[in-house]
Design a protein around this ligand. Structure first.
Ligand code: UTP
Length: 285
């Protein structure tokens, strides 16, 4: 029942972050002291996953390079006696076993997940959308995995959003079977306010049944002309349980410039070495 593989769909174009994302993978932008993507990878490992599968695209080469060995740099740092930096660089490449699969065209999140089928076929797997950075002593993916181990089926992370924001998310309908846990019976991607069945939105963490692949194979395009994961989960929920868990923790949306900037400021303020840097900068000193 345990979940050992985790998919990272990172092949999106990142249009909300243009012009930066014309050349730079948004997942490689720094969040305080390391790239956004590393928070997600650390979360997957802390949740018990042993294999990371990145679904990448042409503009995401820097992610592969980041997690790879860099012998030239290691050699240089060693020769210059910078042991701490040298060890840090090696530790990054030892973080996890990472596989890369190319999504040739950015046809949507559902299609990106389908690209992971050759590796995840036949077993439950985690999905992390690394734009959503969660901070909590118990990783959010681990919170989902525990529900999967206890109740079976697929699990998605939920957050109650402001009603006026429902059209930005996948929104669910369901019955709360125990505090903070919903048995989902319907969901809709980016609904108009009048069509939203609730204000519980799916956030970027999932534990998915391998049966989702068969559904994705047959599924056409949905909202925004993309193959939507939410549409596949809606179909899945008709034949097997899909649970929604109101996660515990704080979420930082690093998929937009404003969200990313705000996350950097908030987390830097909590870092003893950086707090005064931020305060002095905003106070103009
Ligand atoms: P988003 O909806 O955030 O799209 O995708 P995006 O392309 O990253 O960013 P915007 O909206 O254009 O600014 C949610 C997740 O799904 C991945 C993205 O990389 C992100 O992690 N994704 C999306 C893919 O891997 N492939 C796709 O075809 C679409």
């Amino acid at each position: 029942m345990s979940v050992k593989k985790c998919l990272f769909p990172v092949a999106g174009l990142g249009t909300r972050f243009l012009p930066v994302t014309k050349e730079i993978a948004k997942e490689m932008l720094p969040l305080v002291n390391r790239p956004i993507i590393s928070y997600g990878v650390e979360e997957a490992i802390a949740s018990g996953c042993e294999e990371i599968i990145m679904i990448t695209g042409r503009a995401k080469r820097s992610i592969e390079n980041y997690f790879d060995r860099s012998f030239e740099l290691e050699d240089l740092l060693e020769k210059r006696g910078k042991k701490e930096l040298h060890d840090m660089i090696i530790a990054i490449s030892n973080l996890a076993e990472i596989l890369y699969i190319r999504q040739r065209e950015p046809l949507g999140l559902g299609h990106a997940v389908l690209c992971g089928e050759p590796v995840c076929k036949g077993e439950y797997f985690g999905v992390i959308l690394p734009d959503d950075v969660f901070i909590h002593h118990e990783p959010v993916l681990s919170q989902l995995i525990k529900v999967h181990e206890r109740l079976g089926g697929s699990v998605v992370a939920l957050e109650q959003v402001e009603v006026e924001n429902v059209s930005r998310y996948g929104i669910v309908a369901g019955k709360e079977t125990e505090p903070g846990i919903f048995r989902i019976d319907d969901m809709i991607e980016k609904p108009a306010l009048s069509d939203a069945p609730s204000n519980y939105a799916i956030m970027g963490r999932y534990v998915l049944s391998p049966n989702v692949f068969e559904i994705l194979h047959k599924q056409g395009t949905g909202a925004g002309g993309e193959i939507q994961l939410t549409d596949a989960l809606r179909t899945l929920a008709k034949s097997e349980p899909v649970w929604g868990v109101v996660y515990k923790g704080r979420r930082f949306d690093c998929g937009t410039q404003k969200g990313w900037l705000s996350a950097n400021v908030q987390l830097a303020l909590e870092n003893p070495e950086l707090r005064n840097v931020v305060l002095e900068a905003v106070n103009g000193r």
